[in-house]
Every structure is written in C-alpha cells, then in structure tokens.
Design a protein around this ligand. Structure first.
Ligand code: GLP
Length: 249
C-alpha cells in the first residue's frame, strides 16, 4: 500500500503516528528501527507526540537494522550514536531492551548469528521501519544480496559510500564494511513501513514500483510481504503513476 503526502512533515507525522499506534496496541512490541536523514523528522515527531501525551515505553524492545564496521558508539557517524542523539536519550526505554549491531565485535560472524537469534527469541519483529538507499538497498543489504540472508557483514557499494559520504568530512572516512540485518530478518517482520522522501529517492521509487521481485533491487523483496506500507512525499513519488496516489496498490 502506498501513502503519499505533499510534504516531509506530513510523511513524518503519519509514520510517527503509526509507530505510536503500535506501541499503544502492543506495549511490549519488538520494533526494528532505521537510521538515515529520512528518519530524523520521524523520530522528532514521535518524541514530540510522546511529550504531549506520554505513554509507557518501558516494555518496548528495539533492534536496529545496521551499523558501520569499525566505528565505536561515540563516533558521531555511528548508528549507535545517531540512535541515542535522535531517540534513545529522550525515550526512556530500559537499556537492556535496546539492541544495536556491534560494528566492533571481535568475532563478527558469531555476533551476526546472535543478532538474528535474539530477534527470533523475542518472537520476531512486530514492526520494521525502513529507509531506502538510492540504489535500492534496505538496511545495508546492497544489490544482489540473497533474499534468504540473515544478519551478515557487507562490503558497501561505491554508490552507498558516495551517498553516505555527505555525513563525513571526507569520503575516505566512510567505512568500507557494515553489519546489517539480512533481508530474511526484515521480511519476517509482521508489519513493514518503508519511508522515502525528497528528490534523491524519485528514481529508485519509480524503479521499485516498476520492478519484479529481483535480487538486483533489494527493496523489491518487500513486494512479497503481506503488510507493507510505503510512505512517500510528493517528490519521492514524482515518477509514480496516478494509480499509486489513489489506492492501495
Ligand atoms: C543508509 C542506511 C539505510 C538508510 C539509507 C537511506 O545507507 N544504511 O538504512 O535507509 O542510508 O538513508 P537516508 O534516509 O539518509 O537517505
């Protein structure tokens, strides 16, 4: 289903409300969370709504999608740092309920397996929030990642390192590898919300709309999910047919 709004504000408010509804309905919900500039206004809206109408988040459990390998939690570009800056410093979830992939794990393969197991042990993700890379990656699952993949280490594509270079002083500082939930971990979520805004996402959203389910386009895996909402602003949706604007496609 597509939900298309005029502005980023409306997209973020709608998405934050969906998260809130989930927390209200299932106080011990297991939430898969994403990073990236798209999510900043979503988390800001969520925090502002919670300020106006506080609800109990003490049972909430979170699993983040991905993390750069080699950056520690204090590094301003690590996703761990991002999550505390934009959400966890204000949202009082017990520390043991927060899960972030460890990009500094000494045995990274074991850490990857443990991460997918931990999600399963919690009963699986109730809701997975996703952004999308300009090459169609979800989490850090780059094009041609196997759709059966579980949490694993990836070598970042040139496109992703260029896109994410905007957050670093120099592109050479962008890590070459990352740890990410696999596509199978994502697909097992009971509900998925993918959010994309702005001109940088126009082309990939059109490609996604028109594509078959194909490992060359990681986000196309989501087309087999029974409870997917794609939330877009008008810019990201600019090349979509009218059909997407009107209905539950
Ligand atoms: C990064 C993250 C993704 C995110 C994507 C889009 O590479 N690994 O999880 O969805 O970028 O980010 P942005 O929202 O900044 O465009």
């Amino acid at each position: 289903m597509y939900k298309i709004f005029e502005t980023v504000d409306e997209v973020s408010l709608y998405t934050a409300q969906r998260l809130l509804e989930k927390i209200k309905a299932v106080p011990a919900a297991v939430m898969g969370l994403a990073t990236g500039s798209t999510m900043e206004p979503v988390y800001a809206q969520l925090l502002s709504a919670l300020q106006q109408m506080p609800i109990d988040v003490s049972q909430l459990i979170t699993f983040n999608l991905d993390e750069y390998i080699g950056l520690n939690a204090q590094h301003p570009q690590s996703y761990n740092y991002y999550m505390y800056q934009h959400l966890f410093n204000q949202l009082k979830i017990p520390a043991q309920n927060v899960h972030l992939p460890d990009g500094l794990a000494s045995n990274i393969e074991t850490a990857c397996q443990a991460y997918s197991h931990a999600i399963e042990n919690m009963g699986g993700l109730d809701l997975q929030l996703l952004g999308i890379g300009s090459n169609g990656h979800i989490g850090f699952n780059e094009p041609h990642t196997c759709f059966a993949s579980r949490t694993h280490v990836v070598e970042l594509s040139e496109q992703t390192r260029i896109d994410n270079g905007r957050f670093f002083t120099e592109k050479s500082e962008v890590p070459t590898h990352a740890i990410t939930m696999g596509i199978q971990d994502i697909l097992r979520a009971k509900e998925i919300i993918l959010v994309a805004t702005g001109r940088n996402k126009t082309d990939i959203m059109a490609q996604l709309f028109n594509s078959n389910i194909d490992e060359a386009l990681p986000a196309s895996a989501l087309k087999q999910h029974h409870n997917l909402t794609i939330v877009l602003d008008r810019e990201a949706a600019a090349l979509l047919p009218e059909q997407a604007f009107k209905s539950a496609v």
